[in-house]
Design a protein around this ligand. Structure first.
Ligand code: SAH
Length: 461
């Protein structure tokens, strides 16, 4: 076999033109046919790049200077954008972000699902793609004897403490984090130190209901006790009338997982509320709840449109979380069955059904891949199945159970186009036809992509 050598060397500076964009948002430029992936490079741009990594068939570069700028290059509004690992696309016009996401979905439909002709619609974006996040989880650390808060520098656990404000975050959350930091500093509350596994305050989590303006503050400590608890509560509640709940969460483990198992409400309510469309939700500290409430409504409405649920239809909502999609569907359906692996989420789901006076929903705790075959055995015969799995997609056993149930229609909501495409191939081979795919931008300024997909049972010949 001929031995190839890359035409570039590590640390060399090269000039190139970016021709393409990866789904992570990196520019792709070639040197003698050898592709270099370069963060922050945009198609059409000419730039000088420092080669930082050389593999056999491709390498990575760092953008040094853009000689010819793309019209899609914009000034990132965040002062720590190039350091922080949170957003990847603030240097790119929103228009290009939406195009890039649609292209990514199109590519996987062709390459992984082998669906050349399925319509992939233009990504539905936000009118104002900033300050959309309803939840922040921010690490706490220490510098020069002071408690600091900030996101981690890319691929590290160093806290960036000079972030002025997080521009994708609800303003209320931002202000609450600053207030906790200020008060904690004054009271002398110690920050947790990852290296030694000592200290107290690890994370501050804040979540605000978009429609209700109700805020929950969660203080995560290594220790069982939250020092100066009463003063902290008094100051926070005096400063912020929006605060409806303050929770102390204990995480004594040496781990990257943010919340520990144990949560205690130390002031106010156990839940905050929010509404999406006509449905009200109670959300506790540990609940999964979509982080972009504006686009969640758009996503769920699309899912509902694709599901075409009629008043005699029986529907399954798999991976149902706290029942958000289930309750949306239950407004139209005869009966909805939800399944979800986290028991606390199912408790929330049941509460939410009661809160909305809905008695045509039934929720079960369990892994979808075990519960679905059991339902099938028991004779459950759904007309429509909606799935919204985590990034790793659906389990093969689950897909088989869905195929065996022969629903008229499947709606697949996905936060990972690659596993979506993989699963669509299996469903196509199992007798379903993919009709349409609709990308919805749930996470502007980041390279995350959400898509909702409509499948119909093929007529058997
Ligand atoms: N549809 C919900 C939640 C989607 S997130 C919403 O829109 O809010 C995916 C959910 O799948 C999570 O709640 C997760 O706990 C759950 N999950 C992950 N693996 C699962 C499995 N094997 N079986 C059932 N649920 C699972």
């Amino acid at each position: 076999m001929a031995k190839h050598t890359a035409p570039v060397k590590k640390n060399e500076t090269v000039t190139l033109k970016f021709e393409d964009l990866t789904h992570e948002g990196n520019g792709v430029g070639k040197v003698d046919g050898y592709p270099l992936f370069v963060p922050y490079g945009l198609p059409g741009e000419e730039a000088t790049v420092k080669v930082v990594k050389v593999n056999k068939n491709f390498g990575f570069g760092r953008l040094l200077h853009v000689k010819v700028k793309s019209e899609d290059r914009v000034e990132p509004p965040c002062n720590v954008f190039y350091q922080c690992g949170g957003c990847q696309l603030q240097h790119m016009s929103y228009d290009l972000q939406l195009k890039m996401k649609r292209n990514q979905v199109r590519n996987v439909m062709k390459k992984i699902a082998h669906l050349e002709h399925v319509p992939v619609h233009e990504t539905i974006g936000m009118n104002d793609p900033w300050r959309y996040r309803n939840k922040v989880q921010i690490p706490v650390g220490e510098r020069d004897g002071e408690l600091i808060t900030g996101f981690y520098r890319k691929r590290s656990h160093d806290i960036i403490d000079d972030m002025e404000t997080c521009v994708v975050q609800d303003e209320m959350n931002d202000r609450s984090v600053h207030a906790v930091r200020r008060i904690a500093n004054r009271l002398g509350i110690e920050a947790y130190d990852e290296k030694s596994d000592r200290g107290v305050l690890r994370h501050i989590m804040v979540r605000t209901g978009r429609e209700t303006d109700e805020t929950m503050i969660v203080l995560v400590t290594r220790t069982k006790k939250l020092p100066h608890q009463e003063e902290l509560i008094r100051e926070l509640t005096e400063t912020f009338p929006h605060v409806k709940s303050i929770v102390h969460n204990i995480n004594g483990k040496r781990t990257n997982v943010i919340l520990g198992r144990k949560s205690k409400v130390i002031w106010g309510e156990e839940y905050i509320h929010d509404t999406i469309g006509d449905i009200k939700f109670a959300i506790s500290a540990q609940s999964f709840y979509q982080i972009n409430p504006y686009q969640t409504k758009v996503l769920y409405e699309k899912a509902l449109e694709y599901a075409k649920v009629g008043k005699n239809d029986v529907v399954v909502d798999a991976y149902c979380g706290i029942g958000t999609i289930s309750l949306f569907l239950a407004q139209k359906a005869k009966k909805v069955y939800g399944v979800e692996v986290v028991p606390e989420a199912i408790n929330d789901a049941k509460n939410n059904a009661r809160l909305n006076g809905m008695d045509n929903v039934e929720f079960s705790v369990g892994v979808a891949e075990k519960v679905m075959p059991k339902w099938k055995e028991q004779g459950l015969d759904p007309d429509v199945i909606v799935v919204d799995p985590p990034r790793k997609g659906c389990d093969p056993e689950f897909l088989q159970a869905m195929i065996d149930m022969e629903p008229k229609r499947i709606v697949y909501v996905s936060c990972n186009p690659s596993t979506l495409a993989r699963d669509l191939r299996i469903l196509e081979d199992g007798g379903f036809e993919t009709k349409e795919v609709q990308p919805v931008d749930m996470f502007p300024q980041t390279n995350h992509i959400e898509a909702v997909c409509w499948l119909e049972k093929k007529m058997s010949s």
